[in-house]
Every structure is written in C-alpha cells, then in structure tokens.
Design a protein around this ligand. Structure first.
Ligand SMILES: O=C(O)C(=O)C[C@@H](O)[C@H](O)[C@H](O)COP(=O)(O)O
Length: 373
C-alpha cells in the first residue's frame, strides 16, 4: 500500500461505555501514548494476543511503544486461522494470562484479524469475569468484528456459539497492516464492507461498485473511506441495539447460510467473507421468493463478482448437512430459521417465516450452478 491516508475517527455511542475507532496510518507506534492518555494503569501487565502471520510484522512495534510508555507487556501467539477459535486455545490463553500475572485492571490486546479479535475478546470477557480489551484489527474483514463487542469461540457443530458481549476500550485500525494481506484475504474482507452497504446505505453500495478496482488495489484513501463507512454503519446499528434484541440482527445478512457453510466445510476451509458472500446471494434469492424481484439477486451477485468473491456453493457440500448446521445457529429460534432478507439495495428485513423448502431449493441451486461459473 503506497502513501498515507488521513486519520479518521468515529465513536460507538454506548453512553458511559462509548469508545472511539481510529482509522489511519502509523497508528500502532502510538499505542503507548494512547494507553497513557486514556489512563490505562502502568502497574497492571498487558497481554498482547496475536497470530503467527502477524507476530513478526507488527507485534514488536506495539510492544516497543507500550514499553517506552512504561507498560509491561507479554505476548501470546496462536496459530493463524479459524481453527484457533476453540475452547482449547481459549484455555491456553487463560494460562498465559495467569502466568503473566494479569490482574483485574489489566488489558488484553487483540492484534490480528477476526479470529484473534473474537478469541482474545472472549478471554478478556471471561478472565477474572472481565478485564479491559483493545482491538487492533489487521485485516479488512475485521472492520466488522472489531466493532460491537461480540466475542466468541466456535464449537465443532456451530460457529461463535460460546461467547459474550464485551466491548473494547478502543479500536486502533492501522491501515499500514493491510499491506501484508494475502489477496484472498483482501477479497474476503470486502464481503463485509459490501454487506454494510447492502443493509443500510445505497449510496455506499454505489460507491463500492464504482471503486472496486481501487479497493482491490488497496489504495489508501479509498480503503480508509470504505472501512470508515463500514465501521460507521456498524456503529450506528450497535449503538441502537447493543445486545441484538432486534435491529442488530440485520448485521447477519448472509450469515444464516454462511455460518452453516463454514461449519460444514470445517472451519477455515472457506474464509468467513467468502461464506458470507455466498450467503448474501442466497438471501437475495429468498428476496425474490418474497416478491422483491429477481434484480436484487442479480445485482448482489454482480457486485460480489466485482470483488472476485465466490457466489456459488463449491462442490462437495451436502445439502442435508448445510440444513442441519443452520439449526444449530443462534439464528434458529422457536423452531424457525431466521434470515435477513434484502428488500432493496440499502434496506433489509428480518424474517422468521422462511419455508425450509425455499432454503433447501436455493442451496441446491447454488450448488447446482457451481459448475457453470
Ligand atoms: O456484530 C454483529 O452483530 C454481526 O452479526 C456481525 C457479523 O458480521 C459477525 O460475523 C458476527 O460475529 C456474527 O455474529 P453471530 O452472533 O451470528 O455469531
């Protein structure tokens, strides 16, 4: 990524628990001063959780900055990939926290993508019944997971099924870290960016459509703007419904089918963003069944293809297994699958009256058409 992007800041408005999201370049080196300014206690050790792909690149910068500001910091490194979101790895991190001497005023930092954020956040939520937490996302996809306080690990049968709501103290999004992302991760990250547009903001969807090439090339200003807009939509929704009593469920567009695909594939085979892209096409096809027209599915698909995302279920998936996995999801309530269904670009509705046969038909279609891409 060449050049610098302006620093953008926004707030997740949760009253006394409101927190800032800072998006810009050169931010990791400012970690220590940000901790000092915000009154993080110097005497309580910090645990920096990261993964093997990120460790060598950025952990040193964060640690040096913290040490220069007088903090004690220990590093815990997990394997890269969704398989680390497990109870076993969670326990290893709790052991690291104990061995480091984390106390109730300590902080857990998540430096990495969504896996590290969800996992480290769950440690922060559970350790001593909750310690401070700071999110430092290093992927595009994590613009979504780093905001809003959902933290969790997976179970073999269901994604994110063991978790909590635990908001970070702040989100520090250093765009420099995105330069090292493998192209597949870049593309997958844009699935959640596009999702934020599809659920809330038609103009932003248009902007994504017009700027897809710049985004795929990681042009700093385009990237900074896209992440700001994604985080802005997320913040508005979370501020209005922190605990997903109603509105927040719209953030799950594409996730009913997407989570099932991830669970059936074996976590990590299909990237989260890829699974969500396929799931969003499925939801748009449901919209047609509800009478919102066929164009939505075609439009959704065209846009996702522009970001080189998958829009069909790859071969080898079993429909019965996908249908069964959907029933283990948090979105399965009172015997019904809950779907977020688009009504038009920029507006969705939550439906719990989707006939299972419609879902099965669409899953079959998305599998059947895979060979015709
Ligand atoms: O933050 C939310 O709320 C979301 O639904 C955002 C999703 O994109 C994200 O993948 C989330 O972790 C899924 O939540 P879950 O409750 O369905 O596990």
């Amino acid at each position: 990524m060449a050049g610098e992007a302006q620093t953008r800041e926004l707030t997740v408005d949760l009253g006394e628990r409101s927190y800032p999201i800072m998006i810009g370049t050169g931010l990791l080196a400012r970690t220590g001063s940000l901790f000092s300014e915000r009154g993080f206690p110097v005497k309580s050790p910090i645990l920096l959780v990261t993964d093997r792909a990120v460790e060598d690149l950025y952990a040193g910068t964060v640690e040096q900055s913290l040490r220069e500001a007088g903090y004690t910091v220990a590093r815990a490194v997990v394997a890269s990939g969704e398989k680390s979101k497990s109870l076993d790895v969670f326990e290893e991190l709790v052991t690291a926290a104990l061995e480091t001497g984390l106390d109730r005023r300590s902080t857990v930092i998540a430096l990495g993508g969504g896996v590290v954020g969800d996992l480290a956040g769950f440690v922060a939520a559970a350790y001593m019944r909750g310690v401070r937490f700071v999110q430092m996302p290093t992927t595009i996809l994590a613009h979504d997971s780093s905001v809003g306080g959902k933290v969790a690990v997976n179970h073999r049968l269901a994604k994110n099924i063991i978790g909590a709501f635990h908001q970070p103290e702040f989100v520090l999004y250093d765009l420099d870290t995105l330069a090292s992302l493998p192209p597949r991760e870049v593309r997958a990250g844009y699935a959640e960016v596009v999702k934020h547009g599809l659920i809330w903001d038609e103009a932003f969807v248009k902007w994504c459509d017009e700027n897809a090439e710049r985004l795929l090339a990681l042009e700093p200003d385009a990237l900074g703007y896209a992440l700001h807009e994604g985080c802005r939509v997320k913040s508005i929704v979370v501020s209005r419904d922190e605990r997903e009593n109603d509105l927040r469920a719209i953030l799950n567009l594409g996730h009913t089918i997407g989570h099932a695909l991830e669970a059936v594939a074996g976590y990590g085979e299909l990237l989260h963003g890829e699974a969500i892209a396929i799931g969003m096409v499925g939801s748009a096809r449901l919209a047609a069944r509800f009478g919102y027209g066929d164009e939505l599915a075609a439009e959704t698909e065209r846009l996702l293809r522009k970001f080189e995302l998958p829009v069909r279920i790859p071969s080898g998936f079993d429909t019965d297994e996908i249908m069964a996995a959907m029933q283990h999801d948090k979105k399965f309530k009172e015997g019904q699958m809950v779907f977020v269904v688009p009504k038009r670009v920029g507006e969705v509705e939550i439906r719990s009256d989707v006939p299972a046969q419609w879902v099965r038909d669409i899953v079959e279609q998305l599998k059947g058409e895979a060979g015709k891409l």
